[in-house]
Design a protein around this ligand. Structure first.
Ligand code: SF4
Length: 107
């Protein structure tokens, strides 16, 4: 089953349950901090949302979410807009625990 790192942390790791049960009681998957973790895809590109005013130099509207930064129109490239922060885009990347092999369709 594909999961984001934060989603995987909400599941139990069978190895941690066996090895660490008596110590902390925390058996959550370590996701990309574990050597068994495998990414299923490259990191997604940040989302881009153009502004209503394509030539805006300052934002005239609120960001679509706190994870977006305003990019003003600079005359050389595309219109002004909102760019998703790299950390936010990276948090959408999905992977899986390699212990059980690569997931197939529907898993
Ligand atoms: S990736 Fe697999 S082995 Fe690693 S912590 Fe998560 S469930 Fe456990």
């Amino acid at each position: 089953m594909l999961k984001t790192s934060s989603g995987a942390a909400m599941t139990n790791c069978p190895l941690i349950i066996i090895a660490d049960r008596s110590e902390t009681g925390d058996s959550g998957c370590l996701a990309d901090k574990c050597m068994m973790w495998r990414w299923s895809e490259p990191a997604p590109l940040p989302e881009w949302i153009p502004c209503d005013e394509s030539g805006a130099l300052t934002p005239s509207e609120d960001p679509p979410s706190p994870m977006f930064t305003f990019v003003p129109y600079d005359g050389s490239e595309g219109p002004a807009g909102w760019r998703e922060d790299d950390d936010s885009a990276a948090a959408r990347r999905q992977g899986y625990c390699g212990l059980a092999g690569e997931p197939r369709g529907g898993e």
